[in-house]
Design a protein around this ligand. Sequence first.
Ligand code: ATP
Length: 265
Amino acid sequence: MGATMNAPSALPAVPVKMQARDVKVFYGAKQALKGINLDIQENRVMALIGPSGCGKSTFLRCLNRMNDTIENCRVEGRLTIDGDDIYGRDIDPVQLRARVGMVFQKPNPFPKSIYDNIAYGPRIHGMASHRDEMDEVVQKSLQRAGLWNEVKDRLREPGTGLSGGQQQRLCIARAIAVSPDVILMDEPCSALDPIATAHIEELIDELRENYTIVIVTHNMQQAARVSQKTAFFHLGDMVECDDTEEIFTNPRDERTQGYITGRYG
Ligand SMILES: Nc1ncnc2c1ncn2[C@@H]1O[C@H](COP(=O)(O)OP(=O)(O)OP(=O)(O)O)[C@@H](O)[C@H]1O
């Protein structure tokens, strides 16, 4: 069977989807990240936690080059997806952002119909040539985001007319529609009530079957509930990354311990 002889209980290694090596980020003269090394495993949820201003969102934005849109922002180091340098000359940031989708803190549907919110990306990327094909993409994306049954009879109504939780699932469906490998989520539940939050958390757990997910959250219970790996950031450093259970029960660094026990943050 080819099992490793000296480690009979070892599980097969999980492939690395994205990798950061010595990633430094500057806003003008101010350094926000000090040399981050991190491996993001495929089909896992990784939570990024840490006190306000430690660089979690900055790091997240490096993963799909959203920092390119910030004028005085400079990124150094190496970031890869499936081994490809995402800051390489041959990488088109628009294509990259389809491969590495993003969901923001505040649901931000386009001022368009529910249908067109989903169809927008596939249209731009030429992913569906016929109406039937597009209908299928829209239906599949909404189903995967757990929203289809609620909206199937009102696809022509504006996306902005949905509840906050539904809007956030619409944004997740929009990200899914262009067939990403990775979905980045920047505090996706912070604007939602507890029921909508629980719904999104369940969805995140389902989505990891097909996608790699990186989520920034201030809510440590949420990190513990949804992620398999957790990385703790502090003052621009990635202090430690481990299995989520390990980080919350047995952190190695006293800064992590201080944060998870609520001593600061
Ligand atoms: N556009 C920007 N211009 C200048 N400085 C910025 C910019 N965005 C972030 N920073 C700075 O970079 C550092 C890291 O910010 P970042 O938003 O990544 O932290 P964070 O951990 O996500 O914080 P929070 O949890 O409060 O969202 C902070 O000192 C912040 O002030």
